[in-house]
Design a protein around this ligand. Structure first.
Ligand SMILES: Cc1ncc(C[n+]2csc(CCOP(=O)(O)OP(=O)(O)O)c2C)c(N)n1
Ligand SMILES: [Mg+2]
Length: 701
């Protein structure tokens, strides 16, 4: 490998200058990190990354994740100079640039592809939405797992179709976040030799020196995780950087951490070790001084010197194009020899399940004793997974409880090769690492797989930052959350979820599904499998719930519309009982009782608020007629938000406390989840309704 040329330095400095100009023009953003980390990133991209700028969606490209998303200006400058195209998946070769000069000049402004932090799906070349520190590095573990799994599953002798490496650049903040430790621990355990984190160790964060709060020996910590650790003492030493990347390339039995010592704001006179200066534009005068330090014309803005773009094209571009062409030829030959496997790869690239994925879905006849929805979901999951090879996942040490183990023979465990199982296994053991589990799941989804992750609903709180990013990135990740209410009983308030449903429903783009019985579980999985660009949470019971007799009650296919009439009065209903999940059976029981008393009740099963809100107004009106003000909503969770469906006068049966440590039946009675209580609430509603009507009639002019 050749040493740094004047041209290399010019390219690096162009990245730096574009970044500080973009930040200065926006009067917002972080210039310090692009100044220190540009050589690190340049060396990787220019000399090692297997990446074709004309096709940023090439499925076997090396991934580069900017986990310190606040350094976005550096990534945009790089994508611009490298000539990355704005190709969309499946249609490579688009002519316009992923990042134009106009985008750079409008960094952080509406309409620019240079968003404040990198946004997946907005800017080609951005591999993951990053900004919340720690998420990107955890995503990268998912991507490295995906590379290993895809390779173990689809590669054949003579045909290495999947062998991409995954790099993540990270900062002091990333290294401090707990999620990074969880993810690194698992990556070490799994011996992910295709994973490389590059730690921009500038020893400065917002409040000042890392001496304030971060003095551990990071190298020792990662060695203890089972990683290889290399140090580069000066971020401006391209030869040392190159040696570190070469060491990574030859270290195949464990992940690598490259610690690069750098000076934030390198070349600027800025005081980056004060709270005022960190994360602030340099200011006009200091931009000039910085440009002079690098020997640049202080008057030139957004300047790309002659030869810079060509230099990127000659090395990164030419190497990437050659790799892409070779891979395409290899894949074409593979398609001849292994057409079935190639067709599967086509499907997963399109985020589609293979044809016939639903051929073996079970059906559940009516059964008063019933079964827990976690149980029925486990059966449905297994029936689907047997047909969809890239549907895979696991739990944070709760697979036996969440019923998420893939039990058929070929499923296997995903483990490092020298243990039992292999990288082709489909049962993941995330360990007790919920946060990393969810972020790793995002990384798997970003790599084309159809991942699921499972835990108790209460621990969705431990996953939440990653769920939010899944929704933002529009990833079809599947979260399976069981033990979904106070009905889990004896484990008590710490384990009984209350406000989690409301918080998941508040997350834009997330679909929350709380099926009522086994038949709704089947339909919920149908909805989930059809999703291409949205995550979903399946919220399931620990306790058995009756399987409703669908000859007597409406078909569960209504679930797809979010809410449907499951039991109705013979004539116009006078009171609505609206329930979700395990409370639907309670509503049906109350309905039967009201019916014997001649009260015209309707039961609405409402497994998904989001899907219901997406229906036409006339459908929604047909389910919840505005004229019926007498309403009872029944959900064993926070009442927050139920006013939307209960209306001004309706009764909301919910749980607005932290549950109770006791057997489930007693807890349910304590919080009023009995048919008797639902009946009483319905009658009270009707009485109120009548007196309201009388008042209206009697009211004087
Ligand atoms: C989870 C999270 N907490 C807080 C922030 C706000 N924040 C942005 S950058 C930063 C610290 C910057 O220090 P460092 O991570 O060392 O990055 P550097 O500035 O050195 O590139 C903080 C606290 C964030 N982005 N994510
Ligand atoms: Mg720092």
């Amino acid at each position: 490998m050749s040493t740094a040329s004047g041209m290399d330095i010019l390219c690096i400095d162009t990245m730096r200058m574009l970044a500080i100009d973009a930040v200065q023009r926006a009067k917002s953003g972080h210039p310090g990190t692009p100044l220190d980390a540009s050589p690190t990133v340049y060396c990787l991209w220019q000399r090692y990354l297997r990446y074709a700028p004309q096709d940023p969606h090439w499925i076997n490209r090396d991934r580069f994740v900017l986990s310190n998303g606040h350094a976005s200006a550096m990534l945009y400058a790089l994508l611009h100079l490298a000539g990355v195209k704005a190709a969309s998946p499946g249609s490579p070769g688009a002519e316009h640039a992923a990042v134009t000069m106009d985008d750079l000049e409008n960094f952080r402004q509406a309409g620019s592809r240079c968003t404040g932090h990198p946004e997946y799906g907005t800017t080609a070349g951005v591999e993951a939405t990053t900004g919340p520190l720690g998420q990107g590095v955890a995503n990268s573990v998912g991507m490295a797992i995906a590379s290993r799994w895809l390779g173990a599953t689809f590669n054949r002798p003579e045909f290495p179709i999947f062998d991409f490496n995954v790099y993540a650049l990270c900062s002091d903040g990333d290294m401090m976040e707990g999620i990074a430790s969880e993810a690194a621990s698992l990556a070490g355990h799994l011996k992910l030799g295709n994973l490389c984190w590059i730690y921009d160790d500038n020893r400065i964060t917002i409040e000042g020196s890392t001496d304030l709060a971060f003095t551990e020996d990071a190298a020792a910590r990662f060695l203890a995780y089972g990683w290889s650790v290399t140090q580069v003492s000066d971020a401006n030493d391209l030869d040392a950087l190159a040696r570190a990347y070469e060491t990574f390339a030859t270290t195949r039995d464990r992940p690598s951490l490259i610690i690069v010592h750098s000076h934030i704001g390198y070349g600027s006179p800025h005081k980056h070790d004060t709270a005022e200066a960190h994360g602030e534009p340099l200011g006009v005068d200091e931009v000039r001084l910085t440009k002079e330090f690098f020997g640049w014309d202080p008057d030139a803005e957004f300047n790309v010197p002659d030869g810079v773009r060509d230099h990127f094209a000659r090395e990164l571009g030419a190497r990437g194009e050659k790799a892409l062409r070779e891979w395409q030829a290899r894949f074409a030959a593979y398609r001849q020899v292994h057409p079935g496997l190639a067709a599967q790869i086509d499907c997963l690239e399109r985020r589609e399940p293979p044809p016939g994925w639903d051929a073996k879905l079970p059906a559940f006849p009516g059964d008063a004793k019933g079964l827990a929805t976690r149980e029925s979901s486990g059966k449905v999951l297994n029936a689907i997974a047997a047909q969809v090879p890239w549907l895979l996942g696991g739990a944070a040490d709760l697979a036996p409880s969440t019923k998420t183990k893939l039990a058929f023979d070929s499923a296997g465990d995903f483990e490092a090769r020298d243990r039992e199982g292999s990288y082709s296994g489909r049962n993941f053991h995330f360990g007790l690492r919920e946060h990393a589990m969810a972020a790793i799941t995002n990384g798997l989804a970003l790599s084309g797989l159809r991942p699921f992750a499972a835990s108790f609903l209460i621990f969705s709180d431990y996953c939440r930052p990653a769920l939010r990013l899944a929704a933002m990135m529009r990833l079809p990740a599947i979260y399976i959350f069981t033990h979904d209410s106070i009905y889990l009983g004896e484990d008590g308030p710490t384990h009984q979820p209350v406000e989690q449903l409301a918080s998941l429903r508040a997350m834009p783009g997330m679909i929350t599904l709380r099926p009522a019985d086994a038949s709704e579980v089947v339909e919920a999985w149908r909805v989930v499998m059809a999703l291409r660009d949205r995550p979903a949470c399946l919220v399931l019971t620990r306790q058995p719930v009756p399987t409703l007799d669908r000859a007597r009650y409406a078909a569960a296919s209504g679930l797809a519309r979010g809410a449907y009439v499951i039991a109705d009065a013979d004539e116009a209903p006078e009171v609505l009982l609206i329930g979700t999940g395990s409370e639907v059976a309670l509503c049906v029981e109350a309905y039967e009782e009201l019916r014997t008393e001649g009260i015209r009740a309707r039961v609405v099963s409402m497994p998904s608020w989001e899907l219901f809100q997406e229906q036409t107004p006339s459908y929604r009106e047909s389910v919840l007629p505005a004229r019926v003000a007498a309403r009872v909503t029944v959900e064993a969770a926070s009442s927050l938000g139920w006013e939307r469906y209960a209306g001004t006068h309706g009764a909301i049966l919910g749980v607005d406390a932290f549950g109770l440590s006791a057997p489930a039946k007693l807890v349910a009675e304590h919080f009023g989840f009995t048919a008797r209580h639902v009946v009483a609430a319905a009658k009270a509603q009707l009485a109120n309704d009548r007196s309201r009507t009388r008042r209206t009639v009697k009211s004087p002019a």
